[in-house]
Design a protein around this ligand. Structure first.
Ligand SMILES: Cc1ncc(COP(=O)(O)O)c(C=O)c1O
Length: 367
């Protein structure tokens, strides 16, 4: 079976983790600081603050911006639940805007209608490795005096023109094992705002600049040096990983038939955390792919506003028609950098044969 993800762990990772273990620096230490410096340089921002996960990065970024009780943050319902949960953690209320059918990111033409006097921030999600339309969102944010927290958990190295995801306002990343680079578990906040970086550092460590002198109520959201050691081995390989993902995606774009392939906006560098097609009869499609030896996954089968905790909060009756349709049609197929050319050909054959059996999505839409 060709798996949907395959983390790349090599000798460099082993060596660096072993060095960290042998040094005795196991919790946050010099390797975390080194990874922060290198990641900030990679994204092209002044500051990067490492955290224990992508979820805690989102949570801290919002707290650092002063988001809390009584505030609203605008985000999308077509995402992993952590985006919206991080808003709830602060006491603020998520306000959802539907996504664009073509690129799966925030529908910018619907954004302004969701902004109220309570809105403090906009949280676009750069889903599957394609940056949200941050140029347009940045303009709207500026006009309304709002902060941006880009959920770039899936977009390491993605860019609009030369400007990378994570360099608008605050960006947050995840280093979960399936991501374009990993630290096991881990996250990162990136920003050019020195004061925000300072606040999130304080919040990350129990509000403590001087040992056991606590200025504010904070958290333990630190990354370990063991995790950072893995990250230091992965980061130099990230551009190569992304190039391979993009090359595989280009073959899929050219050779897949009978399914809707993902659209990329002009001038955008998509890094294909996922290659997500839209298919007819999605569950049967996934079963047939499996029979043909190809793993696949659904990101995400239930939109956030229909998840139980959000239904309990009263979001269940809200309507996001594009999100609802996409959750019924999307299917991600393997695009990880370790796929061989033969495996890529197997995936293409399996998708095309299955689409021929089940009918193309265009045919389904036309009915
Ligand atoms: C869009 C999105 N946001 C947030 C997260 C949360 O990251 P983590 O799993 O590292 O907490 C993820 C990771 O799965 C994600 O895909």
């Amino acid at each position: 079976m060709i798996p949907i993800a395959r983390p790349q762990m090599g000798e460099d990772e082993k060596q660096r983790v072993w060095e960290a273990m042998a040094s005795g620096s196991l919790a946050q230490g010099p390797r975390v600081a080194e990874l922060e410096e290198q990641f900030a340089a990679f994204i092209g921002v002044g500051h990067a603050v490492a955290t224990s996960s992508g979820t805690t990065a989102l949570h801290l970024a919002l707290l650092g911006l002063g988001v809390g009780e009584g505030d609203e943050v605008v985000t999308v319902p077509f995402t992993f639940i952590a985006s919206a949960n991080s808003i709830l953690f602060t006491g603020a209320r998520p306000v959802f805007v539907d996504v664009d059918e073509r690129d799966f990111t925030m529908a910018v033409d619907q954004l302004e209608a969701a902004i109220t006097p309570r809105t403090q921030a906009i949280m676009p999600v750069s889903l599957y490795g394609q940056p949200a339309d941050l140029v347009a969102i940045g303009d709207i944010a500026q006009r309304h005096g709002l902060a941006i927290v880009e959920d770039a958990a899936q977009a390491h190295g993605a860019a609009i023109g030369e400007r990378k995801s994570g360099s608008w306002g605050a960006g947050t990343f995840s280093f979960y094992p399936t991501k374009n680079m990993t630290t096991g578990e881990g996250g990162m906040i990136t920003t050019d705002d020195g004061e925000l970086a300072e606040r999130v550092r304080l919040l990350r460590e129990h509000g403590m600049k001087v040992r056991y002198h606590h200025d504010i109520v904070g958290y333990n959201f630190r990354m370990t040096d063991l995790a950072a050691a893995i990250g230091l081995a992965q980061l130099p390989k990230l551009p190569g990983f992304n190039d391979r993902r993009r090359a595989i995606a280009a073959r899929y774009d050219a050779e897949l038939r009978g399914v809707v392939t993902p659209a990329v906006r002009p001038g955008v560098r998509h890094v294909y955390h996922q290659y997500t097609i839209r298919v007819r009869d999605r569950d049967a499609f996934a079963d047939r792919l499996k029979e043909r030896g190809v793993g696949s996954a659904i990101y995400y089968p239930i939109p956030v506003h229909r998840q139980k905790p959000f239904v309990a909060l009263g979001y269940g009756d809200q309507r996001y028609p594009v999100t609802d349709r996409l959750t019924a049609e999307v299917l991600s197929i393997p695009v990880h950098p370790s796929l061989s050319d033969d495996e890529v050909a197997t995936v293409i054959g399996a998708v095309n044969e299955t689409a021929a059996e089940l009918g193309s999505l265009e045919a389904a839409t036309a009915r």
